[in-house]
Design a protein around this ligand. Structure first.
Ligand code: FES
Length: 342
């Protein structure tokens, strides 16, 4: 029996490897030419220390100098010793280039483009063979006919048959302009997956905060949670946009609320001119119960001012969430500057 291991490198690159029965994380990686940090290979030096973010594993044998009891209890493991007992997500303490790997490149085909509103588009791609990703991650897509790249988070769940994305329709925007006239069957290419903004194992209540097309990664996460459940933990999402026309994907949220026990959501529109019943920013629509006294995992994806505002608001509440994962994005920025994952 094999287990999938998602290796997440410090620079945001993710590579997936399949571990054979009884194979260590390091052996599975090296078999694919991914040279994760190693020295003694014997559980003695600690060079291969990594963080297992989700999944079950046998930690193997090692000396305390290589990995202390406290480190092991906090989720650290030795890649030369640890053997997966389920699929794993592993944070490697090195950049991808240092491990002689890089983002994978894929070629694909445009399935279709859908106009969701005056300001938003969705597009769908064929799923290339061999692609795996974590819910919340993104890819860097080349704008056809140019050398420009744009990064977009998957809005589809990892197991979906096709790949979906949300795009803000920016006047003069390279990708949204191309999508405006693109025909199904057009060739596209991307590299990825990438990003450290992905759903971790659910161990406490969750709070999702989405701004604009920052909803996309949450739709992917909700797709995963619709399949796995939340382990009985409540999950609340607040989705804020600037103008009424920016509010898309609400029907999908309603469908997820019907499928995921404990999932609730609310929407809000910032502009005063809105006809929406809830106006203002997402922080105006949070209640103390959503923060659960700090025993909550917070995920936030939105434009930089929103991320900064939420961080400031949490500090003002005197609440430090158990974990806080965020991703800033700029809808028109180049790929490298567009994602600043925490
Ligand atoms: Fe030395 Fe793993 S390489 S402990």
């Amino acid at each position: 029996m094999t287990h999938s291991i998602a290796l997440n490198f410090e620079d945001g690159v993710t590579r997936f490897v399949e571990a054979r029965a009884c194979e260590t994380i390091a052996d599975a990686a090296y078999r694919l030419g991914i040279n994760v940090p190693l020295d003694c290979r014997d559980g003695a030096c600690g060079t291969c220390k990594c963080r297992v973010e989700s999944g079950e594993y046998d930690g193997g044998s090692y000396i305390d100098d290589a990995l202390t009891e406290e480190e092991a209890a906090s989720g650290l493991a030795l890649a030369c010793q640890a053997r997966p007992k389920s699929d794993l997500v592993v944070a490697v303490q090195a950049a991808s280039a240092a491990c002689k790997t890089r983002p994978q490149a894929f070629e694909t085909v445009l399935r279709g483009v859908e106009r969701l509103s005056a300001t938003s588009l969705a597009f769908t791609l064929e799923r290339p063979a061999g692609l795996a990703f974590l819910p919340g991650q993104y890819v860097n897509l080349r704008v056809p006919g140019t050398d420009q790249r744009r990064s977009y988070s998957f809005s589809s769940a990892p197991g979906a048959a096709t790949l979906s994305f949300l795009v803000r329709d920016i006047p003069g925007g390279r990708m949204s302009g191309w999508l405006g006239t693109a025909q199904p069957g057009a060739q596209m290419e991307f590299t990825g997956p990438a990003g450290s903004f992905y759903l971790r194992e659910v161990g406490r209540p969750l709070l999702f905060l989405a701004g604009g097309t920052g909803l996309a990664p949450f739709l992917s996460m909700l797709g995963r949670l619709a399949a796995t459940g939340t382990g009985g933990h409540p999950l609340h999402l607040v989705y804020g946009v600037t103008n009424d026309a920016d509010l898309v994907g609400v029907a999908e949220l309603g469908a997820f609320a019907a499928r995921i026990p404990g999932f609730t959501y609310s929407t809000c529109v910032a502009t005063e001119a809105s006809a929406h019943p809830r106006k203002g920013y997402v922080t105006a629509h949070l209640e103390p119960r959503h923060l659960n006294g700090g025993d909550v995992d917070v995920y936030l994806c939105g434009p930089p001012p929103m991320v900064d505002a939420v961080r400031g608001w949490l500090a003002a509440q005197g609440v430090t969430p158990a974990s806080f994962h965020y991703e800033k994005f700029s809808p028109s920025g180049p790929a490298d500057a567009a994602r600043l994952a925490a």
